[in-house]
Design a binder for this molecule. Structure first.
Ligand SMILES: *[C@@H]1O[C@H](CO)[C@@H](O)[C@H](O)[C@H]1NC(C)=O
Ligand SMILES: *[C@@H]1O[C@H](CO)[C@@H](O)[C@H](O)[C@H]1NC(C)=O
Ligand SMILES: [Ca+2]
Ligand SMILES: [Ca+2]
Length: 164
């Protein structure tokens, strides 16, 4: 009986130790640079300085990143939360979508497929006949709109998190 108790104790300690190791490994396996926030395994940063869409993308590129792509509504809410945390007033902000390459074919600048969308009602509308870039947080719905790429707006960049 005593032996069994000792055995059980050792066994559960082993289980605890290996369980603990797994958790630590998971926590440590990916990381983002300072000032970048990890969301869903990728790193995001809000850039407050207003720039054209192309200048904003170039700025992201200079940090080894692209303008942000968005994979689902949960991720979109987290990206909005990121901006709120940065303490800025509600403003329209560039993310990485554009149909400049081919009309009505929306692409993310990071090369990922644009599957999830969150267009505002009646958008994209190409209103001024040259709306080819995607802004988030548009209108009361804080949804997506196509607008002129030459407009200057804050932006969100994304890059892969790196294994430590
Ligand atoms: C975007 O909208 C959300 C929700 O209202 C808000 O929390 C966030 O601060 C906004 N970000 C910008 C840049 O406007
Ligand atoms: C936007 O308007 C321009 C100018 O009329 C046109 O060439 C282009 O095809 C339109 N794009 C879309 C997506 O409708
Ligand atoms: Ca176009
Ligand atoms: Ca529009």
């Amino acid at each position: 009986m005593k032996l069994l108790a000792v055995f059980l104790l050792v066994f559960s300690m082993m289980a605890l130790t290996s369980g603990h190791k797994r958790i630590v490994l998971q926590e440590k396996s990916f990381s983002c640079p300072c000032h970048w926030s990890q969301i869903n395994g990728r790193c995001f940063i809000f850039v407050a300085k207003p720039m054209t869409w192309a200048k904003a993308e170039k700025n992201c590129l200079s940090m080894g990143a692209n303008l942000a792509s968005v994979r689902n509504i949960k991720e979109y809410r987290q990206i909005q939360g990121l901006i709120l945390a940065a303490g800025y007033e509600t403003r329209e902000t560039w993310i990485g979508g554009s149909d400049a390459q081919e009309d009505r074919t929306w692409l993310w600048s990071d090369g990922s497929a644009l599957r999830f969308t969150n267009w505002c009602p009646k958008q994209p509308d190409n209103l001024t006949r040259k709306q080819e870039c995607l802004q988030m947080n548009y209108s009361a719905g804080k949804c997506w709109d196509d607008t002129e790429c030459s407009a200057k707006k804050p932006s969100v960049c994304v890059k892969k998190s790196c294994p430590r």
